[in-house]
Design a protein around this ligand. Structure first.
Ligand SMILES: *Cc1c(COP(=O)(O)O)cnc(C)c1O
Length: 364
């Protein structure tokens, strides 16, 4: 029987991950903001999800039911939250698996209610407002207030837990105080209509942490759904210049094995057409250079330009499905076949690697 070799390997430092969760969680707790720990960035790996609960996240969240479904049987007791607005066809499973879901369609809300009744449960819903990022959420806010009233008064097996917004993910819209205040205003319109306070006003994802750090998160926002800012903590420091003290950007490290080392021309030799993925590529001619291949490729991680090689002097030149090509001319140690090369990874790379059955996951 074929046994998977030890490489490529994703090394996951659970203590670093735990540290990151605790930092974000306590920073938010100081301002009365609860965290839904979003585990989709690491494809819901159970040992990672468990850290989110242990570090005190109030909810465990994912965009995919298949990641939420195994959590209970693995001992996680925190309420589970579905953060992608559900497919109509998965309503029964949403109710069965999750305690909370984010929603933007009346037909789905009605179906969730039917399924909750059949299962003799109450399911909590958070209605999403689209405040300009143009992904999910009610655009027409009158329609949203009407939907809230319907959930409150007519859908007996649903509980209207609150409202939420997502910004940044599609439209790159910033979570400014004004933008988040729009959500609070909608919440207050709904509260006026239904005659009670909403428990949850969920003001976005990692990008809203900037408001927590600046101390200008609108008062009534009391929950954020955070993934990237915990798993990697890359965007806020590296894109926005926010200092995130004592956060690790290397809770996830990729290790791959060298399968060829040779001196070769740096420019392909022959008539040039398209690469394996149908793209026209510009190749720089730098003469003869030492190159190394490692046994991992686009199938495993998506985009090679998102790999950050830890080997000083090495450069990722490109990749095909199963090979990654490095320029190692300027690497000090003399690399040979069988050596291991380490890479730091970005968010999308973590998503792909954790999702790939070809990647051995090792927890330290
Ligand atoms: C993915 C997602 C999040 C978490 O986003 P991060 O940027 O990783 O913090 C929060 N809310 C929704 C609706 C999402 O889809």
């Amino acid at each position: 029987m074929y046994k998977k070799p030890g490489y490529p390997k994703l090394v996951i430092d659970l203590n670093k991950l735990r540290n990151n969760i605790e930092r974000v969680q306590s920073m938010c707790a100081d301002r009365g903001v609860e965290i839904a720990g979003v585990i989709k960035g690491c494809s819901g790996l159970i040992p990672c999800a468990q850290q989110f609960e242990r570090a005190g996240c109030s909810y465990i969240a994912s965009s995919r039911l298949e990641q939420l479904q195994p959590l209970r049987e693995n001992g996680i007791q925190a309420p589970l939250m579905m953060v992608r607005v559900p497919m109509l066809s998965e309503a029964a499973d949403v109710v069965r698996i999750c305690d909370y879901s984010l929603n933007s369609e009346v037909s789905v809300l009605k179906e969730l209610n039917v399924q909750a009744r059949l299962q003799d449960r109450e399911h909590n819903v958070i209605l999403m407002a689209d405040c300009g990022d143009l992904r999910e959420g009610f655009w027409d806010k009158d329609e949203m207030v009407d939907a809230a009233e319907m959930v409150e008064n007519d859908l007996r097996n649903l509980h209207l837990a609150g409202v939420g917004v997502n910004v940044g993910c599609y439209g790159s819209v910033l979570a400014t105080p004004e933008k988040l205040q729009e959500l609070v205003d909608i919440a207050e319109r709904i509260e006026e209509r239904i005659g009670r306070e909403l428990e949850i006003i969920s003001g976005g994802a990692t990008s809203s942490l900037m408001r927590v750090m600046d101390g200008n998160l609108p008062e009534r926002i009391n929950m954020l759904r955070v993934g990237e800012g915990i798993l990697l903590a890359y965007d806020l420091p590296n894109l926005y210049g926010y200092e995130m003290e004592d956060m690790y950007q290397d809770a996830f490290v990729l290790r791959a094995e060298v399968i060829e080392v040779k001196d070769k021309p740096s420019h392909p030799v022959g008539e040039i057409g398209f690469d394996a993925f149908g793209h026209r590529i510009e190749y720089e001619d730098r003469g003869i250079r030492r190159r190394a291949l490692v046994g991992i490729g686009k199938c495993d991680y998506g985009d090679p330009s998102e790999l950050l090689c830890r080997e000083k002097g090495a450069e990722v030149l490109g990749a095909s499905s199963d090979h990654t090509i490095l320029d190692v001319q300027d690497v000090k140690r003399s690399l040979k076949v069988g050596d291991i090369i380490e890479f730091d990874v970005k968010y999308a790379t973590i998503v792909y690697l954790t999702n790939s059955p070809n990647i051995e996951k090792v927890y330290i």
